[in-house]
Design a protein around this ligand. Structure first.
Ligand code: AMP
Length: 373
């Protein structure tokens, strides 16, 4: 066990690192953040912030020497240099988990090899025959770059054969995966934690609504059949076990109209769709991450109240500062802002949660408050 008082190192300095640092310091840990850009959201609430490139092996090694355990909060940290950290300090989750999850091709092949249900897909290497790949999967489909994809970045929907030439032009020279387009009933996510002694806990499943490919709202409990929620939780647990997770992982899933649950994506860190746990769960996903990577007992995942989380994007600043007073005047709302100076469209600036007697009521109120912001 890595006990309170020890130092947790975090690669990446965004909001996930910030909320992790807040949870860790509450438990008495020291937190060091490693992030290329200065003045990051996590550094503002940590004991130390180191600014250096992720490829700087000397800086990574020096960082690791000061930490008792290192984790990551950002999926696009290059995986190979992380082996330098592992030589000095435990890295949790293991770098190979990140390597699998950060590349769509490797992730899908791993899921296929371990027989997890997912949408039909094809891989096309850089310079390969994209048109043939699209015909193999069939239209409509979604073409996605294999690297550095998140929030719908690097994706193109191909509706008909007539769209193929545009897709070929757009992705020329890039490795991609092609996925069958799913007319899903809804999207859900299950966040799972696993500790070094193989204890596993899965948070209650969230129902997620995306707008322009970015998470807009998470609803808990998810408004799905109990068997669907149970299947999502089971898949998350099995994935955590098979991939030998130590830490927290977000598993995004599609629920088809026939009630089938398909894995969409894995993120070996806390997840945006788990922010509600800060305000409506016995243990937050960030505290659970601390417990998991430090080998402490995992916390209870009991839901304390139905809850809805709403993301606050930079777009909310289009007409000046959002009207925070309209939110803060509500007794059932909690506001979280990440301390980011510049509000760009699509940038995640904060979130708020609304608790209510049931999920539908929480959603109705959340949408009303969101419109007033
Ligand atoms: P991703 O970055 O792959 O999670 O995609 C972002 C969002 O785009 C997903 O959460 C879905 O809302 C949508 N999306 C991605 N892939 C598909 C697909 N194969 N079929 C339907 N919608 C998709």
């Amino acid at each position: 066990m890595i006990l309170p008082g020890k130092t947790i190192g975090v690669l990446g300095g965004g909001q996930l690192g910030r909320m992790l640092a807040q949870a860790a310091t509450r438990l008495g840990y020291r937190v060091h953040i490693y992030e290329p850009a200065t003045d990051c959201p996590a550094g503002a609430v940590a004991h130390r912030e180191i600014n250096a490139p992720y490829e700087d092996l000397a800086a990574l090694t020096a960082f690791a020497r000061e930490c008792d355990v290192v984790t990551y909060e950002f999926e696009n940290v290059p995986a190979a240099p992380l082996q330098a950290i592992e030589a000095v300090t435990p890295l949790r989750p293991h770098w190979s988990v990140l390597e699998t999850a950060q590349n769509r091709s490797r992730e899908k092949c791993w899921l296929r090899d371990h027989k997890f249900p997912q949408v039909k897909f094809a891989e096309v290497a850089a310079g390969g025959d994209l048109a043939a790949g699209i015909r193999e999967v069939g239209v409509p489909c979604v073409v996605k770059t294999t690297d550095f994809g998140y929030d719908g970045k690097g994706q193109l929907k191909v509706m008909t054969e007539a769209d193929i030439p545009a897709a070929v032009k757009r992705f020329a020279g890039q490795p991609v995966v092609i996925e069958q387009f799913i007319d899903f009933a809804c999207e859900v996510s299950a966040i799972v934690a696993r500790s070094p002694n193989a204890a596993v806990r899965v948070f209650p499943v969230a129902e997620n609504i995306h707008t322009n490919h970015i998470l807009d709202v998470s609803i808990v409990p998810a408004r799905v059949q109990p068997a669907v929620a149970a299947q999502a939780e089971k898949l998350a647990r099995l994935i955590a076990e098979k991939i030998n997770l130590v830490g927290v992982m977000g598993v995004e899933l599609f629920v088809t109209r026939a009630g089938e649950v398909l894995v969409n994506e894995l993120a070996p860190r806390t997840h945006n769709s788990g922010h509600w746990t800060l305000d409506a769960c016995m243990t937050s996903q960030f505290e659970q991450q601390v417990r998991a990577i430090c080998g402490l007992p995992l916390g209870a995942v009991t839901l304390l109240s139905p809850v809805v989380m709403v993301n606050i994007l930079g777009d909310a600043w289009a007409n000046g500062e959002p009207k925070w007073d309209t939110l803060l005047a509500q007794p059932n709302v909690r506001l979280h802002l990440y301390g980011k100076a510049e509000a760009r469209p699509g940038r995640k600036m904060g979130h708020f949660t609304v608790t209510a007697r049931d999920a539908d009521m929480a959603l109705e109120l959340a949408q009303k408050y969101q419109a007033r912001l």
